[in-house]
Structures are given as structure tokens and as C-alpha cells.
Design a binder for this molecule. Sequence first.
Ligand code: SF4
Length: 124
Amino acid sequence: MSGDNVCMSCGACCGFFRVSFYWGEVEGEYQVPEALVEPLPPFRGCMLGTNQAQPRCVALTGTIGEAVSCTIYPNRPSPCREFEAGDAEGACNRARAAYGLPPLPWLAQAIAVVNQPASPATAG
Ligand code: SF4
């Protein structure tokens, strides 16, 4: 989850996906707290609470769709750092839809632009 304002009133991505990453992020660059990581042998781990039928990361506080925050934001793993609000593949809005939240407007606009038929070439 990124840290801009729309994410602070959403949090759907933290309660929708399995958040997995290489174990090296626990001891390496990001120092993800080991106590909050479920090992996925041999080389990976995932945020506790995200490897289940109805995921919710243990690091997430608040109410999804209202007000949320990540309690380990400076130490969050790479999937959280790389996830983009309104991403082109629609992952953000799939998570939002699971919580009955509307798609982010800028994604809907981007899809509309991409789906527009090409302009006919003008005869010279
Ligand atoms: S670590 Fe933070 S940003 Fe990542 S899924 Fe958990 S609550 Fe969300």
C-alpha cells in the first residue's frame, strides 16, 4: 500500500492479497519484523494474516474503506513498496471491489483512454 491519502482511507490491498517476498527482506534492506512474517520455505515468507482464505495483514490497523495505517510502514516488504494505487493491471481496484469500494477515478479514466479506438488517419 502506498502512502498517499487515498490509500489511508482504503487498505483493501492489505486485506486481499497474499503478501509474499524473499526471506532476505526480513534480515536485509527492509528489516521486515520477523515476528510478523510467516515462513514459506525454502526462501520466502509472507506477512502474517495474508496466507489465508480471507487475508488481512497483521500490520494493518483501522477499518478497511474508512481509515487505515501500516504499523510497519518504514519496514514494509517490497510488494507493498511496489504496489501502485490505480495500477494498470487493475489489482488495486480488484481489491477495492472485494470490499464494495468504487474503482479509483484515475484508473477508470486511464482504461477509457486505452480502450478508445485509434483515430482514423486523415487523408492528405
Ligand atoms: S505490511 Fe503494511 S503495507 Fe504491507 S500489506 Fe501489511 S499493512 Fe499493508
